[in-house]
Write a new protein. Structure first.
Length: 175
């Protein structure tokens, strides 16, 4: 059976369009007004929560997450007890969040730098996880007694790829 070049081009274009629509259909923007943020996931997110022990007692962490291939996208919101995050403690809270993430992932901190989102200065950290040959790129912001974390866990070298940065750059505070 012979196919013309034109017919093959049309078939390839149609296949690409169907694949693109399938990917876009799974993409989701979360407008979590009750939590004060929005973010564009490249996939359908799942909502979860867990209690975690901290220096100020157990706190509830609410999270939105999804996975595409070997890359996980994650936003976590933690409300600390009222008045527990004072201006004098902000640097220690940021350091604790980055150190805790590295410890939980059994990884090492590659870098931590200030990161500005609007008028708010938070932190951006990259954590290398050698056992899984993974890397985590995370951004952390404190607003009053609430901590926001947006992160990507990806194969090493992919934590700064366009999809990872698109997700992280889409994170916005709405309150």
């Amino acid at each position: 059976m012979m196919f013309s070049v034109r017919a093959l081009k049309h078939a390839a274009a149609a296949t690409f369009a169907v694949a693109l629509l399938a990917v876009c259909a799974r993409a989701e923007t979360v407008n979590a007004s009750q939590w004060g943020f929005s973010v564009a996931f490249g996939c359908q997110s799942q909502l979860g929560s867990q209690s975690t022990p901290t220096a100020v007692g157990n706190i509830l962490i609410t999270s939105y997450s999804c996975t595409v291939g070997e890359t996980a996208y994650f936003v976590a919101i933690s409300d600390y007890p009222r008045g527990s995050i004072t201006p004098a403690k902000i640097d220690a809270v940021y350091a604790g969040a980055v150190n805790g993430a590295a410890t939980n992932a059994k990884g090492s901190i590659r870098s931590v730098n200030p990161y500005t989102l609007g008028k708010l200065t938070g932190r951006e950290a990259i954590i290398d996880v050698p056992t899984g040959k993974m890397a985590i790129r995370m951004r952390i912001f404190l607003v009053g007694d609430r901590m926001y974390q947006a992160l990507v866990a990806a194969p090493a070298g992919q934590e700064s790829n366009p999809d990872s940065l698109k997700f992280l750059n889409s994170f916005k505070l709405t309150k």
